[in-house]
Design a protein around this ligand. Structure first.
Ligand SMILES: Cc1cc2nc3c(=O)[nH]c(=O)nc-3n(C[C@H](O)[C@H](O)[C@H](O)COP(=O)(O)O)c2cc1C
Length: 236
């Protein structure tokens, strides 16, 4: 019997029972039941990028699955927030790089409001990194290089359909994906004209180290000029 409201079940209907089961499951989830690394903000480097590179390497070494997956938050033209997961393509002196279609929902949002926030969560170590700042668009050559530096599957995905547009049916998706795979395999230099490299230029970068006794450490870097940063601790 499904969780239909109004189906009586010994004083509790199925919807109530399903809700209770969900809450029990939710409350029984542990957080950070592993050994967490220590973090001394006093030894942190003067700029956030070397610390991000170090934490990323440590996340990989600790076995964190998909540490390059991050949330990207944007706002639409009416200032309503939106969020989704993307892959990080680089982090260098220009900023944090990702790629997507300029015609997707996020592409339109970034065209209207070129600011974003990124979030990384690496639970194996109880770590979070947040990045906020203005977003710039890479050149066409950079976007094309991004498209062709990755796998046939990634190229096929970029060639499939109009991201964030309405899809008639899953059959339509399968047809388009098969055609895109064939094209990507036969034509590895094929272009996806809307595929675009974006860069979040960091105005603020925050490093959060979780602590089993809840004495979490938060270190925020704020850009004060080109290449200069203020470091400050935040209450958890
Ligand atoms: C782990 C993971 C990685 C993803 N990486 C990308 C990516 O690098 N680029 C992209 O356009 N979409 C990626 N997606 C899909 C996006 O989350 C999203 O569904 C899509 O980009 C449409 O978003 P939008 O409608 O807000 O524009 C990824 C999804 C997941 C779950």
């Amino acid at each position: 019997m499904g969780a239909r409201a109004g189906v009586w079940n010994g004083g509790m209907n199925d919807a109530d029972a399903a809700q209770r089961a969900f809450r029990d499951l939710l409350r029984s989830r542990p957080v950070w039941d592993t050994e967490l690394p220590s973090f001394d903000p006093a030894t942190a480097p003067p700029a956030p990028l070397p610390l991000f590179h170090a934490w990323f390497a440590e996340a990989v070494a600790a076995g964190q699955p998909e540490p390059h997956a991050m949330t990207l938050a944007t706002v639409d033209a009416a200032d309503r927030p939106d969020v989704r997961t993307l892959l990080l393509h680089d982090a260098d002196g220009r900023g944090w790089h990702f790629a997507t279609h300029s015609t997707s929902a996020k592409g339109h949002q970034l065209a209207a409001r070129p600011h974003a926030a990124l979030g990384f969560y690496w639970p194996v170590q109880g770590r979070q990194v947040r990045v906020r700042g203005p977003v710039t668009t890479g050149t066409r050559a950079e976007s094309s290089a991004d498209l062709h530096a990755r796998s046939t599957g990634a190229l096929a995905a970029a060639l499939t359909g109009a991201q964030s547009g309405l899809l008639e049916s899953t059959a339509e998706l399968h047809r388009a994906a098969d055609a895109a795979w064939e094209r990507a395999a036969a034509e590895p230099d094929a272009e996806a004209p809307t595929w675009t490299r974006y860069v979040v230029e960091p105005a603020e970068v925050e490093f959060f180290q979780g602590d089993a006794r809840r004495r979490h450490l938060r270190l925020r870097y704020r850009a004060t000029g080109p290449g200069t940063w203020t470091r400050e601790l935040l209450w958890p």
